[in-house]
Unconditional design. Structure first.
Length: 113
């Protein structure tokens, strides 16, 4: 069964940076876009961005200019670089292999004031 797993979450201060990774099974990675979502306590899941199979990226206005998606086809891993983090970015972050779809278990990000 294809696997998707996030890593890289943790605690960071306001204004800091984190890079999340999304490791995806080799048999599906090149066949799928990778999307990222987040869910803060008591809130609905929010789309954070998508990187296509060809490397094109799209972001919502809430993270545009601060978050950057990328993917490494040789490592079958996608990345979410998060800069200028704010307490409002605190959430569990998920990646999903869009075309299958297959979700990871999530990684927690906490931004302290």
């Amino acid at each position: 069964q294809a696997q998707v797993a996030e890593s890289g979450g943790g605690l960071v201060q306001t204004g800091g940076s984190l890079r999340l990774s999304c490791a995806v099974s080799r048999d599906i990675f090149s066949k799928t876009d990778i999307a990222w979502y987040r869910q803060a306590p008591g809130k609905q899941r929010e789309w954070v961005g998508t990187v296509s199979r060809g490397g094109q990226t799209n972001y919502p206005d809430s993270v545009k200019g601060r978050f950057t998606l990328s993917r490494d086809n040789t490592k079958t891993t996608a990345y979410l670089q998060m800069n200028s983090l704010e307490p409002e970015d605190t959430a569990v972050y998920y990646c999903v292999a869009v075309h299958f779809p297959r979700w990871g278990p999530g990684t927690e990000v906490t931004v302290s004031p």
